[in-house]
Design a protein around this ligand. Structure first.
Ligand code: ADP
Ligand code: ADP
Length: 228
């Protein structure tokens, strides 16, 4: 479903991503792990069309993302959800309006929005927080809003950028369980980047290890932890 073919991203003389090849299957939870500076975020930004690779191709659902016009890029981005380490909520808007905002941006009608937002709130377990502002929420609740917003326009792919790195272990586990439920019930493909093996162990099916811009190995997570 996601085919990353010989992708390189260079900033001046830094090869942030260096000739990466990865195939991610539909319905998979795929982890990318590595130390800080390994190139994980840069690769994720290429997947989310926030950056264009210097060389190589990214094909999602048979569409070559590296060959799109600006207008097509905007449309394709709506098919990709993304959540962030520091949530990126709009602090002046209530939970409800944070979620409604991405539906509005995608041109949804008032009726559709009024139907969809409560469904999303229920899915992430925040029905009783609709009228709160982000500052009134815990970290885990903020990330749940982030997840609801990312899923608003029914993406096929959810990208997670260190989504639990700002959370304590208990909250991390509950957010990971929510992501697992979303993967299982909605069939959404999840690509996550992390520097923590524990995150990979808890929910990923496969993991790629990045170092100095390169993917140095790809493993099946079940096999990785089955052998002591
Ligand atoms: P990670 O997410 O694994 O920490 P990054 O993708 O953030 O790694 O960074 C990979 C390398 O690319 C680092 O050496 C970083 O300094 C460099 N880099 C990332 N973004 C930029 C940028 N916008 N301009 C210049 N260098 C960058
Ligand atoms: P920053 O410049 O701080 O990294 P961004 O440009 O990533 O911030 O995001 C700006 C705003 O747009 C954020 O408030 C975030 O909520 C929203 N946003 C950006 N990308 C996405 C996305 N893929 N899905 C949903 N919201 C997004």
């Amino acid at each position: 479903m996601i085919d990353i073919v010989n992708v390189t991203k260079t900033y001046k003389d830094v090869k942030a991503v260096d000739q990466v090849d990865l195939k991610i299957q539909s319905g998979e939870i795929f982890g990318i792990i590595g130390y800080s500076g390994a190139g994980k975020s840069t690769l994720l930004r290429c997947l989310n069309l926030l950056e264009r690779p210097t060389a190589g191709q990214i094909v999602i659902n048979k569409k070559d993302l590296t060959a799109l016009t600006k207008q097509e890029v905007r449309k394709e981005r709506q098919k990709i959800g993304m959540i962030f380490q520091h949530f990126h909520l709009i602090s002046s808007k209530k939970v409800y309006d944070n979620i409604a905002f991405s539906l509005k941006a995608a041109g949804k009608s008032k009726e559709e929005i009024q139907k969809r937002v409560p469904e999303l709130l229920e899915m992430v377990g925040l029905t009783d927080r609709a009228d709160h502002y982000p500052a009134q929420l815990s970290g885990g609740q903020k990330q749940r809003v982030g997840i609801a917003r990312a899923l608003a326009n029914e993406p096929k792919v959810l990208l997670c950028d260190e989504a639990t790195s700002a959370l304590d272990p208990t909250t991390t586990a509950s957010i990971l369980q929510l992501l697992k439920k979303i993967n299982e019930t909605l069939g959404i493909t999840i690509v996550l980047i992390t520097h923590e093996m524990e995150v990979v162990r808890q929910i990923c099916h496969r993991v790629a290890v990045m170092e100095k811009g390169r993917v140095i190995e790809v493993n099946d997570v079940y096999e990785l932890f089955a052998n002591p």
